[in-house]
Design a protein around this ligand. Structure first.
Ligand code: CU
Length: 410
């Protein structure tokens, strides 16, 4: 199951390359020694072998062999969306050197302190691009590419007018080069033109935050920016306005992302990235914070609490219809805009790929409230998480006999 398609291709190339000299040897051996001429049979056999080699090995010249085979691009980078076959082989050769991360998900409660009334400052932010192994669901392991070993990367919190020196290190164990494009940064590539790092390299960018808002950051490296992003390389940078956002009781950090894997949803073992399904925009997994169940038994609040969720969409392709089952957002910062009027009383809000939103709501009634992308087929792919609310019931708001067979979150 694991790597079956790619390995089959590599297997064919190997067989073809070994078979050609063998076939030539047999052909001439029989012809010369035995004086028997199976010329037509051998010529057909040789022709088939040359075809196989031509189809597969021919692509090897110039580093064009890729998995899956024959992927082509009309994009700005000549390499295309696929991982080179040598990269796949390299991955297996270094399999033992990757860190096996117990839990790839960034804890949704791990939100930095608000900026409050402080004045603008010069901050430093250190990020490490690291390729690791971890489970997306029980028994299913992916090769994640991360910032700081988690998905999403850390929530960075600053205020408008701050200057940040970003330091990006590409871990020595990486097999790929990486970079950073901060949507919050004004300038070429959002920083990616400066922060392109080879394995073992560190680079710095100093940038001033000119606009408040909640901004995606992501890797922007070739051969395919999309391939890097969908391995898990994204996070959010919050630029608070002067004086900060209004205080709330609970803040959470959630980022949606897609994972494109060979085979079917739930296949066990180490599963490979599938660039074909990425180009088809048909991921096997769509999850919050890097894996299935990442948010569960972490998001707690009490009746009466005001809750704010910083929600981003790392994509790489899908637009999220963010909704909390059983709640209505009191306020939505549409497209994470800070500075314009918030939208009031919203059921579901659109979050574009490479975009974000901020939602706020006060909890009125205890129970389990499910965060979803309301393209609800995506629940089957993992896009759900639970906010658990404790407190006393107010029967003027909600009253009735709760069925034991009721779906969770309802
Ligand atoms: Cu990258």
């Amino acid at each position: 199951m694991v790597f079956s398609y790619q390995l089959f291709g590599i297997f064919l190339i190997a067989i073809a390359l070994i078979s050609i000299p063998l076939a030539l040897y047999l052909y001439f051996h029989i012809r010369v020694k035995k004086k028997r001429l199976y010329i037509i049979e051998f010529e057909v056999f040789l022709l088939l072998l040359i075809l196989v080699v031509g189809l597969f090995a021919g692509k090897a010249i110039g580093g064009q062999v890729s998995v899956p085979f024959f992927g082509q691009t009309q994009g700005p980078f000549s390499e295309g969306p696929n991982l080179p076959v040598f990269s796949a082989i390299n991955f297996f050769l270094h399999l033992d050197e990757f860190e096996d991360v117990e839990d790839i998900s960034y804890d949704p409660r791990d939100v930095p302190l608000p900026v409050g009334n402080r004045s603008a400052q010069h901050l430093t932010v250190d990020l490490v691009a690291k390729e690791v192994l971890s489970e997306i669901t029980d028994g299913t392991t992916l090769n994640y590419w991360t910032f700081n070993g988690k998905v999403p990367g850390p929530l960075i919190r600053a205020r408008v007018g701050d200057t940040i020196t970003f330091s990006l290190t590409n871990d020595m164990s990486s097999l790929h080069h990486h970079s950073l494009d901060f949507h919050a940064v004004t300038g070429p590539g959002g920083g990616a033109k400066v922060l392109a790092v080879q394995p073992g390299e560190t680079k710095n960018l100093t940038a001033k935050l000119l606009h408040p808002g909640l901004y995606i950051y992501h890797c922007a490296s070739s051969p395919s920016v999309a391939a890097h992003m969908t391995h898990g390389q994204y996070g959010l940078l919050l630029v608070e306005p002067e004086g900060g956002l209004p205080p709330v009781d609970k803040e959470f950090y959630v980022v949606q992302g897609e994972f494109y894997t060979m085979g079917n949803i739930g296949d066990k073992g180490l599963v490979a990235f599938d660039s074909k399904s990425m180009l088809d925009e048909n991921p096997n997994y769509i999850v919050f914070n890097g894996r299935v169940n990442a948010l569960n038994e972490k998001m707690y609040a009490d009746v009466g609490d005001s809750v704010r969720i910083f929600f981003g969409n790392g994509g790489v392709s899908k637009i999220s219809s963010f909704h909390v089952i059983g709640e209505i957002f009191d306020s939505v910062y549409p497209e994470a805009a800070i500075g314009s009027e918030t939208h009031k009383n919203i059921q579901t809000t659109l979050v574009p790929a490479g975009g974000a939103t901020i939602v706020e709501f006060v909890l009125n009634y205890p129970g389990n409230y499910m965060l979803v992308d309301h393209s609800l087929t995506r629940m089957e792919k993992g896009a759900w998480g639970m906010l658990i609310v404790n407190g006393s019931e107010n029967h003027s708001i909600y009253k009735g006999e709760v069925s034991s067979s009721a779906p969770p979150g309802h």
